[in-house]
Design a protein around this ligand. Structure first.
Ligand SMILES: *[C@@H]1O[C@H](CO)[C@@H](O)[C@H](O)[C@H]1NC(C)=O
Ligand SMILES: *[C@@H]1O[C@H](CO)[C@@H](O)[C@H](O)[C@H]1NC(C)=O
Ligand SMILES: *[C@@H]1O[C@H](CO)[C@@H](O)[C@H](O)[C@H]1NC(C)=O
Ligand SMILES: *[C@@H]1O[C@H](CO)[C@@H](O)[C@H](O)[C@H]1NC(C)=O
Ligand SMILES: *[C@@H]1O[C@H](CO)[C@@H](O)[C@H](O)[C@H]1NC(C)=O
Ligand SMILES: *[C@@H]1O[C@H](CO)[C@@H](O)[C@H](O)[C@H]1NC(C)=O
Ligand SMILES: *[C@@H]1O[C@H](CO)[C@@H](O)[C@H](O)[C@H]1NC(C)=O
Ligand SMILES: *[C@@H]1O[C@H](CO)[C@@H](O)[C@H](O)[C@H]1NC(C)=O
Ligand SMILES: CC(=O)N[C@H]1CO[C@H](CO)[C@@H](O)[C@@H]1O
Length: 445
């Protein structure tokens, strides 16, 4: 997930409100006697078609990737797992790794936060792929300031995925020097990815990743490797340099891989997939088949990261989500597949009993609930339904215009968590994540 610092506004406060379970404004009506978070028995559901698969060589890939991120596991993010940071001054993986007893705590976390039972649960919901973030430090031949060992758990997850029939995207989420200064890169603060040897060292780590996970041994389960996550295109980073590096990294990963069908993903650098069409055409060729193209773009589409989004009603959020197909995803003629590698059902809205929504984090009428400061287990039906409507619109837009999607994140807090969304009736019911209550919201049909 991306935390855009000062811009995050309400959303950032909301994260902590949800984590703490404490309302930020004591005059807000919360936990307002609406105890049932279940959807009405009388509601009707439709099942969108399951997704067919296409096989090439040893690789069989669903035609629509319906995925989830396994965030907060192999790279710590404090807002997602605050408990592990208790009694430390650490703010990120880097600072955590030098605290007392860090190694034992990390092993315990790796061992328990995500298990084979979770993979089975995910598969039972109709999810067919996982994007698994991991840091470069487990694949780097020289010493780094990070504790190693997370890669053994990536291997376990890949084994569980293989058994459950899920595909895996190995996502190099933390790169040398930090590509964005966000905690999700391993180290918050300075961005030094494009200084010193960090760019070439990023490629060295990717070569090791590709030698292993890009081999034919993994071709039945690892369908893609991601070069870098969310490199910023401002401040210390230069987007032109990012694009030059991407082509070098692409060729390095390709030559280190023996799986000829491996896909190589690059995050768009917050410049939208449109900015990658020329490179896409160069790497994929002019007549690429979108389901087999080797180079693809990862874009992240949130509606809770900038203050302006927190003024929107849910109807406006939905209109914006539907619009993404045209505004942020590419037409099939672009020869460049796009994955929505991160998005969330979480918006900052308040919902009245009659279903009307306003943006923000405060409302003043009995029964009204705001998504950012009421625990999801206490959500009444109006809030559950409004959130479901938005999430279904997002999925409709992605399945129309993208190769696939990965929700952030399986165990995210509140409405950030797929686990919570399924448990509290925001997505899926009988047949899983392909199930729809609000068909054709975007008018594509
Ligand atoms: C998709 O839906 C159609 C019509 O309901 C059905 O005939 C077909 O078997 C479905 N395909 C899959 C893969 O579920
Ligand atoms: C899956 O394949 C079947 C048989 O070719 C076809 O009828 C159906 O429309 C396909 N479903 C999807 C979702 O593409
Ligand atoms: C398929 O997998 C087998 C066993 O791992 C391997 O020997 C073979 O080269 C693979 N074929 C392709 C086309 O990747
Ligand atoms: C890292 O070390 C291994 C084992 O010595 C070697 O096979 C590999 O080529 C090295 N990777 C890089 C990128 O130098
Ligand atoms: C980014 O790098 C390119 C190529 O080196 C250079 O032409 C351009 O001026 C740089 N942009 C900025 C904003 O520094
Ligand atoms: C893309 O490639 C797959 C696998 O070879 C094939 O089934 C499909 O028909 C191709 N699609 C197009 C549009 O060529
Ligand atoms: C839809 O996208 C276009 C740009 O493609 C933009 O001009 C317009 O404001 C967007 N509308 C909404 C509701 O987001
Ligand atoms: C829904 O309730 C709110 C708050 O009482 C009210 O302002 C709004 O007009 C109502 N909307 C409709 C469509 O009844
Ligand atoms: C792993 C690595 O090469 N890190 C380097 C990134 O760049 C900074 C300086 O810009 C170095 O201090 C790091 O050693």
């Amino acid at each position: 997930m991306v935390n855009l610092g000062a811009l995050a506004g309400v959303a950032f406060a909301a994260i902590f409100a949800v984590v703490d379970g404490r309302p930020q404004h004591h005059h807000i009506h919360h936990r307002s006697g609406l105890v049932s978070a279940k959807v009405d028995a009388g509601d009707s559901y439709a099942s969108t078609n399951g997704t067919n698969s296409t096989s090439i060589g040893n690789t069989t890939l669903p035609d629509v990737i319906r995925g989830v991120n396994i965030g907060g596991w192999l790279i710590l993010e404090k807002w997602m797992t605050p408990d592990i940071f208790d009694n430390t001054d650490a703010v990120d993986q880097y600072s955590f790794d030098s605290t007392d007893g860090a190694e034992a705590k990390l092993k315990q976390h790796w061992e328990t936060y995500f298990t084979e039972a979770d993979v089975q649960k995910i598969a039972s919901w109709g999810i067919n792929a996982m994007r698994i973030p991991i840091g470069y430090w487990d694949f780097f031949n020289d010493t780094t300031p990070y504790i190693r060992g997370a890669d053994a758990y990536l291997d376990k997850a890949i084994g569980w995925a293989r058994k459950a029939g899920l595909k895996v995207l190995v996502d190099c989420h933390g790169s040398p020097g930090s590509q964005n200064g966000f905690d999700n890169s391993g180290r918050s603060g300075n961005v030094k990815w494009q200084t010193s040897d960090n760019l070439s060292n990023s490629i060295k780590a990717l070569q090791n990743i590709a030698t292993k996970y890009g081999s034919t041994t993994y071709a039945d389960v690892v369908f893609a490797i991601q070069l870098v996550n969310e490199p910023i295109s401002w401040a210390q980073n230069n987007f032109t340099l990012t694009q030059t590096w991407t082509q070098q990294a692409y060729h390095a990963v390709k030559s280190a891989s023996t799986n000829p069908h491996l896909q190589i993903l690059m995050h768009d650098g917050f410049m939208t997939p449109w900015a990658w069409q020329t490179i896409g055409a160069q790497l994929n060729g002019p007549d690429t088949n979108l389901s087999t193209a080797p180079f693809a773009i990862d874009t992240h589409l949130y509606q809770n990261q900038v203050a302006a989004d927190s003024t929107l009603t849910q109807a406006q959020h939905i209109a914006k989500a539907c619009n993404w197909t045209a505004s942020n995803l590419l037409p099939s003629t672009a020869n460049l597949p796009v994955y929505v590698g991160e998005f969330s059902a979480q918006t900052n809205i308040c919902v009245y009993l009659n279903g009307t929504t306003v943006g923000g984090d405060a409302c003043y009428e009995d029964g009204c609930q705001c998504s950012c400061n009421v625990d999801i287990q206490d959500w009444g039906q109006p809030l559950v339904k409004a959130t479901r409507m938005f999430l279904e619109a997002e999925l409709e837009a992605f399945e129309e215009g993208a190769r696939g999607w990965f929700l952030w994140s399986y165990k995210g807090p509140g409405a950030w968590g797929l686990r919570n969304l399924v448990e509290f009736g925001v997505l899926g019911k009988g047949v899983g994540v392909g199930e729809r209550m609000f068909l054709n919201q975007c008018g594509f049909e």
